[in-house]
Write a protein that binds this ligand. Structure first.
Ligand code: FAD
Length: 507
């Protein structure tokens, strides 16, 4: 694994992978070091998937600049990488008459940030657009869109890998030594050398900065929980439905967001936590999310929910201070040769293409390089059969019967798609790696039916059962055969019995 590179990117989230994809246009030796067993396992796989327009960020901030620039290219970006994208629009709803004047200031900021086609609508127009939503008026944002965040993250990584970028999964960076031109990144598998470093470690970017002697930032993790509604509820809304942002709050308020796959998300909550890896979901927040979402969309019940997840915001200000923290995209004098990306919270997904552009410019100023003939503008990984016309599917099955076998019934994922997901460009083979590439296990039954079948396919592909994990690390699916376990339990019981007998003898 260890090697010598021009650039080492720490972190395989959407920002790190967008940079890797941009750098893959040039003949540069680039490595992405990711501590998890796959890309998109941090915040980038656990957000609302909204392509923000720039309405919620202060005019003149780095957030506003990157957001607006990213949103401008996002649709084409997704088209090039075969990532689901829907321009469904957004309504920001004033729940009461008293809230209606607040829509004006939101609209004014959107106009100042260059957001097009904004209009304030009354309750009757809102009812026509969104018959199931309650509100006294709304700001209509027709240019807002949604995209599939983890598919984008994976497509960026896989297209970059296909163009020659090296991905080192299960590779946490533990320390950084050396200086610009000759950095040494210490990992459990050995030392990786690089001339330049990009610190794109999300929630741990402050810790990575400290490894290089930069102590100026501290990240305050703030957890946001979501509920996912069953697809049968997907028709309840036509666009994203947001409340007015809570004043001084850590997020944009509990919103109701369609996904590109036809589910609805409720969330996120906002709770500060001590741990960037704290992705718990809780019964308390589940009740809170249902109650708050029901103010906008009455009639929701717990039975509509199929599962929950949470993502953590890398905030640059503690809860007691709150307020605005801007994106940091900076090389600092204490550590030349390292580009730090810190506090990349929302709208970081939207901003990723624009951040990647800037960071690539920074690298090219330091290491000029020719174009890479291996770079391909268009990329596509697992074909989504469920989105095809029946006639097309018929043709696919004729050529390859694996397209005719449904493995995941809830999400209609075929055996061919699972096999293509297993044979991915990054060699990621956990159950979650297959899930996020194919959508298998994401439906109502949450893998109850197709989970074992995917395991069979992984074994057919050559994986040892004992090596299969849910999510890398020690999240093993199997601990041995039932027979082994029974024998182990019997031996434990016999040992305990012997100890009891000896103890009784002593007494
Ligand atoms: C609740 C919530 C909702 C959001 N909604 C939206 C939205 O709708 N629209 C939008 O535009 N943005 C949204 N965002 C923001 C967006 O998700 C983030 O800005 C974006 O995903 C950040 O990407 P990243 O690559 O910087 O970080 P991450 O995705 O966290 O990636 C960082 C990676 O670094 C790895 N890493 C960390 N330390 C090390 C180490 N020492 N060695 C190796 N690897 C390491 C991690 O494992 C991780 O994979 C939301 C965020 C949250 C939390």
């Amino acid at each position: 694994m260890p090697g010598k590179f021009d650039v080492a990117i720490i972190g395989g989230g959407v920002v790190g992978c967008a940079i890797a994809r941009e750098l893959s246009r040039y003949q540069l030796r680039v490595a992405v070091l990711e501590r998890a067993a796959d890309v998109a396992r941090g915040t980038s796989g656990k957000n609302s998937g909204v392509v923000h327009t720039g309405i919620n960020v202060p005019t003149g901030s780095a957030k506003a600049r990157y957001n607006v620039a990213g949103a401008r290219v996002f649709e084409q970006y997704c088209a090039d990488l075969d990532v689901p994208f829907v321009r469904c629009g957004k309504v920001i709803v004033a729940l009461t008459e008293a809230e209606v004047p607040d829509l004006d200031s939101l609209m004014a900021r959107g106009v100042a940030n260059g957001v097009a086609d904004l209009e304030i609508i009354d309750s009757a127009t809102l009812k026509k657009m969104e018959p199931n939503i309650e509100g006294a008026g709304a700001l209509n944002v027709p240019t807002a869109a949604i995209a599939c965040p983890y598919t984008l993250n994976i497509a960026l990584a896989e297209s970059a890998a296909a163009a020659g970028i090296e991905f080192m999964l299960n590779t946490p960076v533990l320390d950084i030594n050396g200086q610009q031109g000759a950095f040494e990144l210490e990992t459990p598998g050995g030392t990786v050398s690089a001339a330049l470093i990009i610190n794109s470690a999300g929630l741990f970017a402050d810790k990575v900065a400290r490894m290089a002697g930069v102590t100026r930032w501290r990240i305050w993790p703030c957890r946001g929980e979501y509920l996912i509604l069953d697809k049968s509820k997907g028709g309840l809304i036509n666009s994203m439905v947001y409340p007015l942002p809570p004043k001084g709050g850590a997020g944009l308020g509990i919103h109701i967001t369609p996904t590109t796959d036809g589910n609805i998300l409720l969330g996120p909550s906002a709770d500060y936590t001590n741990d960037g890896d704290d992705v718990r979901t809780t019964a308390k927040i589940r009740r809170q999310l249902l109650a708050e979402a029901s103010e906008l969309l009455p009639g929701l019940t717990p039975r509509d929910v199929i599962t929950a997840y949470s993502g953590v915001r890398p905030k640059l200000n503690p809860s007691r201070i709150g307020g605005f923290g801007d994106f940091v995209v900076e090389e600092v004098p204490e550590a030349p040769g390292i580009m730090h990306l810190v506090g990349i919270e929302s709208p970081g997904l939207t901003a990723a293409p624009a951040i990647a552009d800037d960071v690539t410019g920074w690298v090219r100023e330091r290491i000029p390089a020719k174009r890479n003939p291996g770079f391909k503008k268009k990329w596509s990984s697992v074909r989504r059969t469920r989105e095809e016309e029946l006639a097309v599917i018929g043709g696919l099955i004729e050529d390859d019967p694996a397209y005719g076998e449904i493995v995941c019934r809830c999400e209609m994922v075929t055996r061919r798609e699972i096999i293509d997901a297993i044979n991915n460009e990054l060699d990621a083979t956990s159950l979650n790696a297959i899930k996020y590439r194919s959508r298998a296990t994401m439906g109502r039954c949450q893998g109850g039916f197709c989970g074992p079948r995917i395991v069979d396919l992984l074994i057919e592909h050559g994986e040892e059962p004992e090596s299969i994990t849910l999510n890398g690390g020690d999240s093993w699916l199997f601990m041995g055969t039932t027979e082994d376990l029974r024998a182990e339990r019997k031996a434990r019981r016999a040992k305990a019995q012997k100890a009891r007998t000896q103890h009784a003898g002593v007494k």
